[in-house]
Design a binder for this molecule. Structure first.
Ligand code: HEM
Ligand code: HEM
Length: 238
């Protein structure tokens, strides 16, 4: 793949370091990220509006469910930095990373850092629980999830309470997530948002081999379609 290498000379003593764009986040990870941001926003806003908005609440929730199912599959079948195995480390590594970050001596992470890896799992789990409980929730009036018919009214009410409570868990996780992105900017002078938009991180040339060679487009599209189909089947056929 041809890569435009914007050379950026940063002098450290006599050493001239070359910073080059390295392809880190494939398009499916970026598509997943920005679509869940939009869909979660839509689900939250529409949940507080009446009328037809409630329909859109459920649709946004189905979108979140499909995207999270896709991301879980992509965590096993995706490119290098998208794979869970590449960014899930034990608690000790995560704590060591947190300490080094606090003392501004943290190593450069090519994909998610050891602490961020756990926040990714927590966010995915919370979103899955939110969309999953939504399928069994009801508002005593107009709206009920498509799987309400499989549970008693009492259980649906309890699941609905959990659906409400879990919004707080998501709010806290997203708050911490955004605070972490901002602190990287302030403490480590590292812009993590641009790579989530463009796919490329500006890293030292020696790290170029860690970049992605090619993205399995067909596999990504097939998994996206399979995730969407699974949600459609749950909603319309189950
Ligand atoms: C509803 C709100 C949000 C949710 C649920 C969310 C969730 C996530 C998840 C699950 C990932 C992991 C991506 C992956 O590996 O597939 C991630 C990464 C990331 N998110 Fe968000 N996000 C939210 C909002 C935001 C916002 C508003 C920003 C920007 C200001 C942001 C910036 C980032 C960045 C920069 C990364 C990559 C972090 C890294 O380099 O390790 N996120 N987010
Ligand atoms: C990540 C996706 C989702 C988010 C962030 C979300 C968020 C919320 C919020 C904030 C409320 C509370 C509204 C209020 O207090 O009036 C709510 C209620 C509700 N949600 Fe979701 N939801 C999601 C997915 C779903 C899905 C997939 C369904 C069903 C298909 C669903 C069905 C419901 C129902 C029936 C209620 C009404 C409960 C009530 O008013 O007592 N939600 N949701």
């Amino acid at each position: 793949m041809t890569r435009t290498t914007t050379k950026h000379a940063a002098r450290t003593g006599n050493v001239v370091e070359e910073i080059v764009p390295v392809h880190v986040w494939d398009w499916p990870v970026r598509l997943f990220h920005w679509s869940i941001v939009a869909l979660v926003f839509l689900a939250v806003v529409t949940s507080y509006l009446g009328g037809d908005a409630k329909e859109w609440h459920m649709r946004a929730g189905y979108g979140v469910l499909a995207m999270v199912l896709f991301r879980v599959a992509w965590g096993f079948a995706g490119t290098r930095h998208a794979r869970f195995a590449s960014f899930l480390h034990g608690p000790r590594t995560a704590i060591r990373y947190a300490r080094s970050f606090a003392t501004r001596a943290s190593p450069v992470s090519i994909g998610h850092n050891p602490l961020g890896g756990w926040s990714v799992i927590a966010l995915l789990a919370a979103l899955l629980v939110q969309a999953g409980t939504g399928l069994f929730a009801n508002d005593d009036l107009l709206m009920e999830g498509p799987l309400v018919k499989f549970v008693s009214d009492a259980l649906s009410d309890r699941i609905t309470t959990f659906h409400h409570l879990n919004v707080w868990a998501i709010g806290i996780l997203v708050g911490v997530h955004i605070a972490a992105v901002v602190s990287h900017w302030v403490v480590a002078k590292e812009n993590l948002v641009r790579p989530m938009l463009t796919g490329r991180k500006r890293l030292h040339r020696s790290l170029e081999p860690e970049g992605l060679d090619k993205v399995p487009h067909v596999r990504a599209i097939a998994l996206l379609a399979a995730s969407a189909f699974t949600v459609w089947w749950i909603v319309a056929r189950l």
